[in-house]
Ligand binder design. Structure first.
Ligand code: EPZ
Length: 423
């Protein structure tokens, strides 16, 4: 298993462009199933999760071809409507093919995703509301069987602005008879990007990026247009790199990012004492002395749960004690014991963590437990004295494209050992 050997403390300088957003491209890849026309996607990030989704699409009969930085998808002849367990178990976002397949083919068999390290991750909001759209859904031997004689438009209200549920229902609604409204829809930039992709293909969707979406139905696969699309920059990768610069007291420029997508994160960091130069599609981080903060994660535009582990690492170096409440997932503190191994002083009380500031971190072997926890350990290793051996980095490879190359280019002493396949 690959590991990253990092010698700290690091000093960073220079510029880096973030990759296209994994969490925008995953639903967009699922959405290639709604159309019989070619779809051309630019700069797909070279990530395990992206590869897994493409493997699933190929299994379903999509013809995929890459030429340079464009990958083309032809879903005109779908051969199967079944997403098997061996594919779905490695990546929960596979459930996003449910809406497109059910809408277009009226029947689908998708393995239940099962739990994951950070929480139970139920899909009740997806299923309950597909039923509201005239789908007959049963769960048997770990599979979701969904069938309909035609989806019906509905007025849907989500009791929680679930990203995945919003995306699945948005795609299913394209095929319903009439206009579907989704109230309390997720507003994450990645959800907005999916809506913009579908609109570029000819879908009629209003309210993208807001909590009220209305989707015109009665679409057929042949109604869509051929499209070339590039997803937004990855705001979570950008936030991770910004925190890496802050924890190493460095000046770097992070490019290919819409600062609006990180407004609350930048506000929280500025309140801690960080200073930025904000451009149209870049953020320059300036060396700053940081003080403690009080943070709780929330649905967009609140502080993203996907940056909770990373800001916890940053908090170990700030002046004073910080408190972080994780309000989205029930088990997203698995990075804490590993940070404690490096010398952090963190106490967990329910869904809150109290982090002592000004702690000295010392390099040692640590183990990744999930994608964003891995990023937090890399940041900690960059601020620790000495060598840190970050193990099981396959977790990191799910969501960060060649992170060690980007960090090395910025001056970090980092090497991947047992260099195997990235994916
Ligand atoms: C997406 O997951 C992201 N993944 C996650 O990023 C991200 O952490 C999460 O949104 C929240 O922002 C992708 O986009 C591929 P949710 P998703 O449905 O769609 C509960 C990463 O690190 N819930 O908004 O699964 C659920 O249990 C990953 O890149 C239900 O109860 O998130 C959780 O507590 C991790 N019933 C909360 O909502 C449902 O039917 C948020 O889930 C669905 C969700």
């Amino acid at each position: 298993m690959d590991r990253l050997i990092i010698e700290g403390p690091s000093k960073m300088s220079g510029e880096v462009a973030v990759s296209s957003a994994k969490n925008a491209y995953l639903p967009i890849l699922a959405a290639t199933l709604v159309t019989s026309k070619p779809v051309h996607l630019k700069n797909l990030p070279d990530l395990k999760d992206i590869k897994t989704m493409i493997k699933l699409l190929t299994h379903l009969g999509v013809v995929v071809e890459t030429k340079g930085d464009v990958t083309s998808f032809d879903s005109s002849k779908i051969l199967s409507n079944e997403a098997t367990y061996d594919l779905v178990k490695t990546m929960r976002a596979s459930i996003l093919v449910l809406g497109p397949i059910l809408g277009r083919f009226l029947e689908s068999k998708i393995s239940l995703p099962g739990g994951c390290a950070i929480g139970a991750r139920p899909i009740d909001l997806h299923l309950k509301n597909l039923k509201k759209m005239n789908a007959n859904i049963t769960i048997e031997s770990g599979y979701v069987y969904a069938k309909t004689n035609g989806l019906k438009s509905a007025d849907i209200t989500l009791n929680f602005p679930s990203v995945g549920a919003t995306e699945n229902l948005m795609m299913a609604a394209l095929f319903a008879d009439g206009e579907t409204v989704i109230e309390n829809a997720a507003m994450e930039p990645e959800v907005e990007d999916l809506a913009n992709f579908l609109i570029a293909m000819g879908a009629k969707i209003q309210g993208s990026g807001t909590s009220r979406l209305s989707i015109k139905g009665n679409m057929k696969a042949d109604d869509f247009k051929e499209v070339t699309y590039e997803a937004i920059g990855d705001r979570i990768e950008a936030g991770t790199l910004i925190m890496a610069a802050l924890i190493t007291n460095s000046k770097i420029k992070v490019k290919n990012i819409n600062p609006r997508h990180l407004s609350v994160v930048l506000h929280v960091l500025e309140e801690m004492g960080a200073a930025f130069e904000i451009g149209k599609n870049f953020i320059t981080v300036k060396p700053s002395k940081l003080k403690w903060s009080k943070i709780h994660t929330a649905p967009y535009p609140g502080f993203p749960t996907d940056l909770q582990a990373q800001i916890m690492t940053l908090a170990t170096k700030a002046e004073g004690a910080s408190i972080i409440r994780e309000e989205i997932f029930e088990n997203r503190f698995m990075h804490v014991p590993e940070l404690v191994r490096l010398g952090a002083e963190i106490e967990l009380i329910g869904n809150a963590a109290i982090i002592q500031g000004n702690t000295k971190l010392t390099g040692c072997p640590v183990m990744c437990t999930d994608l964003r926890a891995s990023a937090a350990l890399v940041l900690a290793a960059m601020s620790a004295e000495g060598v840190t051996d970050v193990q099981r980095v396959y977790h990191l490879d799910r969501g960060y494209e060649r992170l060690e190359e980007k960090l090395k280019m910025l001056g970090v002493k980092i090497e991947r050992s047992n260099p195997g396949e990235y994916l």
